[in-house]
Design a binder for this molecule. Structure first.
Ligand code: B12
Length: 218
């Protein structure tokens, strides 16, 4: 199969850890892709700036450190969207601190967890379907929630928990978060620019609703 060469920007969004991206970078180069590996510890603004210069087809981000993951990554996705990069590049994230579900919630095109195989990462760049080897399927984590449900066995406890939830929802009705404020600002900026892109508008609304929901639940 003929490989269509892609322009890939690799971003270690971490103070130091960049081993995985160095390996992915080498493998992509070997297959004829054009790549640029940024150094670790760049600010989000510098990364967005580089992305505007390089104009990649795919941005591959890696995050190892567990602290501040949601905040750092949602800020990056927000800024890439405002800069108009979101519409023309695929943005994926992988690393020790990443779970595919988290990546999807934050708006990435794909998320790769701790034991991702390099073949899977390369297949994504080349738009190929990845078929894991048998031993990899066996290694995958078992779903420990199977067989459980949200049904309460004790009605009294369910009622008490519902009461507490109601009280919390009342308490946080007029509260907000920096994420929601950012999303509102971004929406205003897009309105000012006369942005008509319905897809990203509906994404923002979805994100706002989701953040509202998260806020109500925490
Ligand atoms: C090597 C290493 C370092 C090296 C980094 C060298 C380098 N250039 O990267 C050095 C010594 C510098 C280092 C420093 C620190 N480290 Co360190 N380090 C490690 C170590 C031992 C291995 C990490 C590694 O390279 N693994 C190999 C790579 C290939 O695996 P990976 O990153 O998980 O990548 C795989 C997948 O995640 C995925 N992937 C990753 N990124 C991406 C991206 C894409 C797009 C895709 C598709 C896939 C993908 O593909 C890879 C293959 O499966 C781990 C422990 C461990 N066993 O994991 C700790 C570890 C990551 N470090 C840790 C810590 C705490 C630190 C320090 C803060 C320690 C300190 N107190 O000083 C410092 C950082 C200092 C700072 N300024 O903040 C913690 C992180 C804890 C946490 N949950 O946040 C760990 C887990 C150790 C521990 N058990 O506590 N570290």
């Amino acid at each position: 199969m003929q490989i269509v060469a892609k322009k890939v920007l690799l971003v270690p969004l971490d103070p130091v850890h960049d081993v995985a991206l160095k390996i992915i970078n080498r493998k992509l180069k070997e297959r004829g892709h054009k790549t640029l590996l940024l150094p670790p510890d760049m600010s989000i603004e510098e990364i967005v700036d580089q992305t505007l210069k390089v104009k990649p087809d795919i941005i591959m981000i890696s995050r190892t450190m567990g602290y501040g993951v949601a905040e750092v990554l949602s800020k990056l996705v927000d800024l890439l969207e405002v800069a108009g990069i979101r519409d023309r590049a695929k943005i994926v994230i992988g690393g020790k601190a990443i779970k595919p579900k988290l990546a999807a919630e934050l708006g990435f095109d794909a998320g790769f967890g701790e034991r991702t195989s390099y073949e899977e990462a390369i297949a994504f760049v080349e738009g190929r379907k990845y078929i894991p080897k048998v031993e990899e399927i066996i290694k995958r984590e078992k779903d420990i929630t199977i067989g459980y449900s949200y049904k309460f066995h004790n009605q009294k406890i369910e009622n008490m928990l519902n009461e507490i939830t109601e009280e919390i929802l009342d308490w946080c009705e007029d509260k907000t978060s920096s994420g929601i404020k950012r999303a509102h600002l971004r929406e205003k900026m897009m309105e000012l620019k006369g942005e008509k892109n319905k897809t990203s508008r509906s994404n923002i609304n979805k994100k706002l609703q989701h953040k509202d929901q998260q806020l109500k639940l925490t």
